[in-house]
Design a protein. Structure first.
Length: 198
């Protein structure tokens, strides 16, 4: 019987396929033993979130479906003018449709954050902003957040990671997300309360 592996969903990059942020997320997902999904490129071409408009496009429905199924989440954004890109923030804003779920927003999920930028200041500021948004969405940011910064490319055209440091940090962060998901599953299998053990 095939075991039911955790499901980890990554969201990030830009609407341009093959961005450095997308490659970072692909590297992170490839480092863990889990079922995974990556929403990037055209998947991020979402309508602007509008609280007064309940209409959801198929792309928005897919985003919500994947997040609802997820045991853990990775989010990656390029650093744009001191914060995350509008494309990524808009995707996260659509989680407002999850507010009345049994697990609202990103509740009960570890969330690994990745920021990419040419300069370290932009990457660090973006990472901090992402972690604040994850807190607001009731997610658990992993202890390690990753900045991939510098003018030298961290990834080759074929997706290979050219930076041993970035590669190791992305793998560590992804393993933290996976470990949290496994711990949550183990806790759910325990008796309903400690009272029964007394």
């Amino acid at each position: 019987m095939k075991r039911n592996r955790p499901y980890i969903v990554a969201i990030g990059g830009t609407t341009r396929p093959g961005s450095s942020t997308e490659r970072a997320l692909r590297h992170a997902l490839a480092s863990i033993d889990a079922d995974t999904a990556l929403l990037c490129g055209d998947d991020l071409d979402l309508p602007l979130f509008a609280p007064h408009n309940p209409v959801r496009t198929p792309a928005v429905e897919r985003l919500l479906q994947e997040l609802r199924r997820a045991d853990g989440v990775l989010i990656g954004s390029p650093g744009y003018h001191g914060g995350m890109s509008g494309v990524i923030k808009n995707a996260l804003d659509h989680t407002e449709h999850m507010r009345d779920d049994d697990r609202p927003y990103l509740s009960g999920r570890a969330v690994g954050c990745v920021a990419t930028a040419s300069g370290w200041q932009a990457a660090v500021m973006t990472l901090g902003a992402m972690r604040d948004v994850v807190h607001a969405l009731r997610g658990w940011p992993t202890p390690l957040g990753v900045c991939v910064a510098g003018t030298d490319p961290a990834f080759a055209a074929d997706g290979r990671c050219l930076s041993p440091l970035a590669g190791a940090q992305l793998a560590t962060m992804a393993h933290e997300v996976l470990e949290f998901a496994l711990l949550r599953r183990a806790a759910a299998r325990q008796p309903e309360s400690a009272e029964h053990a007394l």
